[in-house]
Design a protein around this ligand. Structure first.
Ligand code: X15
Length: 259
């Protein structure tokens, strides 16, 4: 029987989604469309009668703004919001800022798919010569983390995302859920995929086929041990959701719309 409801949300569209660039730890804001997506998401959740007691976000503005817009649209701005780097998007290393369609042209679509969706392939690391290195590592927010800046990732596979996320999940989020609180996690495509892999016990092979669109809440109904009691539900118009998933998948093809 379902005892707990947990909501995972990939933030609304970010500015670089239009440009088809790997965004990752670069702090791009929501686009105009992303703002609307987050507001519509909040309205949908309200209409369906859901309420949150705790909200968790990454340290990246797009996940924080999405959370704010959602709870504002629900008329629930008072709900506590807690932020951690451990919910940040996967660190895409040297791929940060690159265009996916150009990458597919240069390295092949299959290689780009492996970089994007495989479980244990780590992209090449970012180094000091990378155009976004200092913007990321000199940002004041990363001096507040529970590890020194030098120990923050320089590139991550999905497995490595799960490794850094799990302590936070187990020590901070799980106790909130078990105490009876309904939790929204407003995070990113791959930090949500890592968490889904863990909660739903998805195999390394099958996680390759899991893609999350922006601004679409994923409802997980869990038993007292936080095991799913039914398949995950992506809330909203199912046709639009399927089209949005395909659009994300197609970003890694040579003929993707924005190059
Ligand atoms: O920043 C990113 O994800 P986000 O938009 O969920 O924060 C990544 O660049 C997503 O890229 P991917 O869909 O190729 O894994």
């Amino acid at each position: 029987m379902s005892k707990h409801k947990l909501f995972l949300l990939r933030h609304g569209e970010g500015a670089w989604i239009k440009e088809n660039r790997f965004c990752s730890w670069v702090d791009q804001k929501l686009s105009e469309a992303g703002i609307v997506e987050a507001q519509e998401c909040g309205r949908l959740l309200k209409e369906q009668g859901y309420k949150f007691d705790r909200v968790f976000t990454s340290l990246l503005s797009r996940s924080i703004h999405t959370a704010w817009l959602v709870i504002e649209a629900m008329g629930e701005e008072w709900v506590p919001v807690t932020k951690s780097w451990r919910l940040n998007e996967r660190h895409y290393g040297a791929l940060i800022g690159l265009n996916r369609a150009e990458m597919a042209l240069n390295h092949g679509e299959e290689q780009v798919k492996q970089w994007r969706r495989s479980y244990d392939i780590t992209p090449p690391p970012i180094d000091e010569s990378h155009p976004y290195f200092s913007e990321i590592y000199n940002d004041r927010r990363y001096s507040t983390c529970d590890v020194p800046t030098e120990q923050l990732p320089r590139s991550e596979s999905l497995k490595e995302v799960l490794d850094r996320l799990l302590p936070y999940w187990n020590e901070v989020i799980v106790p909130e859920i078990k105490s009876g609180h309904t939790v929204l996690i407003s995070a990113h495509g791959n930090s949500c995929r890592a968490l889904l892999k863990h909660i739903e016990n998805i195999s390394a092979k099958d996680i390759v086929g899991v893609t999350l669109p922006t601004g679409t809440p994923v409802l997980l109904e869990l038993d007292e041990d936080l095991k799913p009691v039914k398949p995950r539900q992506l809330l909203g118009d199912q046709e639009k959701i399927q089209a949005a998933i395909k659009k994300v998948e197609d970003q890694g093809k040579v003929n993707a719309s924005s190059k």
